[in-house]
Design a protein around this ligand. Structure first.
Ligand code: NAD
Ligand code: MG
Length: 300
């Protein structure tokens, strides 16, 4: 990493990251980040830590790629040890993230597995707690999205997969983790602009993201008396593997993100600071809240 001046360099949010459209590059779900062109920027070369999470112990789902990868790299450089969960077919992406975490001098444990399985969710939490010697950050980023333009064509198995992955797994993981989380712990869910401004082809996905917001707000209130904070990050259009799978209709990538006020898609690293802030003691008076990182669209 290049050494920085003491002076922060100004970055124009319009031009500070890739502004162009993206080529069609279809992949089966889950997409593999290593195959993408251009590669998403998850802060591999740029994120600079300041020990804001020193000694913390984080379980991150969806940590192999995209937004979860950006959170993982940032957490490690902020001083946290990490368990990464992802699907077995994403092993190559996960190993790449692990190498960045190790280079930051932190511990990393890779636990692949499918969050659609309640038993696996419980085992994941048990194992994460054991390997890390405790648990005080749950950063739940994994999610599934499939575009279907007509409600008459949507399959029950797809609706179930979207709800199981995006919503049920949160209940299972958090339920299993509560006994281990000390006061001061932070739970972060990942919702979406889709909860507020749903696209017509993402009915089930948008409904799960709205559910995540209600869940986060209610759970934040429920866990406040235990000193556990619960917040959600609501991203706008971000360049990640999800976008090259069946998540988007054909032709969408050519102008992906360009209708936002900032006129481009975001890069995963642009969410890293928000995931760090919500995990850290710096946000000790913030709970049951939703943080939009959307390029300018409203999340309320
Ligand atoms: P991504 O493909 O990099 O991450 C999604 C991850 O979810 C995958 O890497 C995979 O490991 C995990 N996953 C999916 N199904 C799983 C399952 N059954 N079991 C275990 N893991 C599973 O894409 P991303 O865009 O970084 O997505 C991260 C989160 O951000 C998702 O919740 C997504 O809904 C949300 N989001 C993304 C955008 C965007 O524009 N990219 C916008 C709003 C919200
Ligand atoms: Mg992935």
């Amino acid at each position: 990493m290049e050494k920085k001046n003491t002076k922060e360099q100004l970055k124009n949010p319009l031009t500070g990251y890739y502004t162009g459209g993206y080529k069609e590059q279809p992949q089966p779900s889950p997409g593999i980040q290593q195959k993408m062109q251009p590669r998403p920027d998850c802060g591999e070369e740029s994120y600079e830590g300041h020990q804001r999470l020193a000694g913390r112990k984080a379980l991150i789902t969806g940590g192999d790629s995209g937004i979860g990868r950006a959170a993982a790299i940032a957490y490690a450089r902020e001083g946290a040890d990490i368990v990464l969960n992802y699907l077995p077919e994403e092993q190559c992406d996960a190993e790449e993230v692990a190498s960045y975490i190790e280079k930051a001098g932190r511990k990393v444990f890779l636990i692949p597995g499918n969050l659609e399985d309640e038993n696996f969710c419980c085992q994941l939490v048990e194992e994460a707690n054991k390997k890390l010697g405790g648990l005080d950050i749950l950063t739940l980023v994994a999610g599934y999205q499939k575009s279907v333009d007509d409600i008459e064509k949507i399959k029950t198995e797809d609706i179930k997969k979207t709800f199981t992955t995006n919503v049920f797994s949160l209940f299972w993981l958090i339920k299993a983790a509560i006994p281990y989380l000390p006061a001061g712990s932070s739970i972060i869910t990942t919702s979406s602009i889709q909860a507020f401004q749903p696209n017509p082809d993402l009915l089930d996905y948008a409904a799960t993201k709205a559910a995540i917001i209600a869940f986060t707000r209610g759970l934040g209130k429920q866990l406040a008396s235990k000193g556990i904070r619960v917040n959600s990050v609501a991203p706008g259009p971000i360049w990640t593997p999800l976008q090259v799978t069946e998540a988007q209709p054909k032709g969408k990538l050519a102008h992906f993100g360009q209708s936002t006020p900032l006129q481009r898609a975001g890069q995963p690293v642009e969410l890293a600071g928000t995931y760090v802030l919500l995990a850290s003691n710096e946000s000790s008076y913030t709970t049951a809240e939703v943080y939009g990182v959307t390029g300018g669209h409203h999340t309320n």
